[in-house]
Design a protein around this ligand. Structure first.
Ligand code: ACO
Length: 426
């Protein structure tokens, strides 16, 4: 095994270099502190590998994204979201029999306990759906004490099916509550996405038909969001799960991490940004200039990525899907026109070019969501439904490997030891 040498305090420390299956290399510093008393410093963990993982591979320089070895472009073209979920969680694409069993189980556990209605009723009408989703997923642990043990494979499997089946119901109820409409019961004869669309958009007074164009578009978006290795929310799910708390609590934490505007919450912010440009008559150039300005804290939402420094392959697929969906629905979108204009301006602007800032997955997804009638505050909840199988796969992989509780260290920079003064002397 190759090693790296660290020369420190007159000593030479040999550090093993480990290599992944796609050639990524890492210096293993697990024994650094015990051998030298030193720790490493890496705020934001931009250079820190937290685990070995065989789920998702990203090459940010070349814009490659693969789930379990399969390129995202091929999965998007050939698979459904439930097939991709199975792949992420179990490691291989399902056979027909396996897919039937998996789909059947997910589609027949979509109802949530009637008492959830009381929980939803207790929330304010304007509660953000992400807050509601996280609270309700956490509450699943109170309804299902029979599947909380992370070391029992059967209980883990049951929790996985419950989460995949129930999150669309929970997310749609968060929306229904916010608009004061009755909660719909799931229809288990529909597809995973068809059922979600009905839960969101149907009401008990009218017939509802699932539009196949919309169904396919949402399925595609879910696939593109399904996993992205050790991002903020996945790392949150792992670190919370490393305490051996149950899967519901870990996923609830991941939902909260995803909500932030620098992570999944960016999809809502992008559409708010594009709408503001349209409504206030600001020119695209003016907006791009603002995002560059040191005096202005606003960023160009939907641009930039910690890992992708050339292009985000998901953004390419979504941009194309945007045109297809809008075309098939006959929607003429001013927001899409503005998005394209902003993208062109930014991609030819030195500020964005020098910093390798490209459209990310969130830049065009909101245009599709808007075209099919999804309210803005539900964009990130849609993202969470998509990301769920990735979080589950990451959580389970961690438990299957030998792992320690997640617990970073720090370099303390505060006061050194001092005496507590009496209240009268302070
Ligand atoms: N608009 C304007 N400037 C930006 C943007 C942006 N969207 N993104 C980064 N920059 C600038 C920063 O100001 C910084 O400039 P400086 O070097 O002059 O100080 C430089 O580019 C590097 O930015 P960092 O924040 O250090 O990069 P990091 O890798 O930590 O952040 C992030 C990545 C959080 C995605 C960032 O690009 C961003 O905030 N983008 C906008 C929010 C967004 O779209 N988030 C969704 C990401 S995809 C996802 O999570 C699903």
């Amino acid at each position: 095994m190759p090693t790296a040498e660290l020369h420190i305090d007159g000593k030479v420390i040999e550090l093993p270099v480990i290599e992944g299956s796609e050639g990524e290399r890492a210096i293993d510093i697990q024994n650094l502190r015990s051998e030298t008393g030193l720790i490493t410093m890496d705020p934001g963990y931009a250079n820190t590998g937290s685990c070995e993982s065989s789920i998702t591979f990203i090459n940010g320089e070349e814009g490659i994204l693969q789930y379990r070895g399969y390129p995202i472009e091929e999965l998007a073209e050939n698979c459904t979201f439930l097939e991709v979920s199975y792949l992420l969680i179990h490691g291989e694409l399902p056979t027909e029999v396996e897919l039937d069993g998996f789909t059947n189980s997910i589609l027949h556990h979509t109802m949530i306990h009637e008492d959830f209605r009381l929980l939803f009723r207790a929330l304010p009408k304007d509660a953000h759906p992400m807050a509601a989703c996280s609270a309700m997923v956490s509450a699943l642990a109170t309804f299902y004490p029979d599947s909380l043990d992370p070391r029992d494979p059967r209980e883990v499997e049951v929790s996985i099916h419950r989460l995949l089946a129930k999150l669309p119901t929970i997310a749609s109820y968060a929306y229904k509550h916010s608009v004061g409409q009755p909660f719909m019961y799931p229809d288990n004869n529909l597809s995973y996405v068809g059922n979600f669309l009905r839960l969101m958009f149907a009401n008990p007074c009218e017939e509802f038909e699932v539009d196949p164009v919309v169904e396919k578009a949402i399925d595609l978006l879910l696939i593109l969001h399904a996993d992205h290795e050790q991002n903020c929310s996945a790392s949150t799910v792992r670190i919370v799960g490393s305490s051996h708390v149950n899967m519901f609590a870990s996923i609830s934490a991941g939902i909260n991490a995803l909500w932030g505007p620098r992570h999944g919450g960016a999809n809502q912010e992008v559409i708010e940004m594009l709408s503001a440009i349209a409504d206030e008559g600001i020119s695209g150039k003016e907006f791009v200039d603002r995002a560059k300005s040191r005096d202005d804290t606003s960023r160009l939402m939907g641009f930039g990525h910690r890992v992708y420094k050339n292009f985000d392959p998901r953004a390419r697929i979504i941009k194309k899907a945007c045109y297809d969906v809008l075309d098939r629905l006959g929607v003429n979108s001013r927001l899409l026109e503005i998005a394209v204009e902003i993208e062109q301006l930014a991609l030819s602007d030195d500020y964005f070019v020098e910093r390798n800032l490209y459209p990310n997955v969130d830049f065009y997804s909101g245009v599709i969501y808007t075209a099919i009638g999804t309210p803005e505050n539900m964009f990130t909840a849609n993202f969470a439904i998509g990301r769920l199988p990735g979080w589950i796969a990451q959580w389970r992989e961690m438990h299957e490997h030998k792992h320690k509780i997640g617990r970073p260290r720090q370099v303390y920079t505060g006061e050194t030891r001092r005496k507590v003064p009496q209240l009268s002397d302070r």
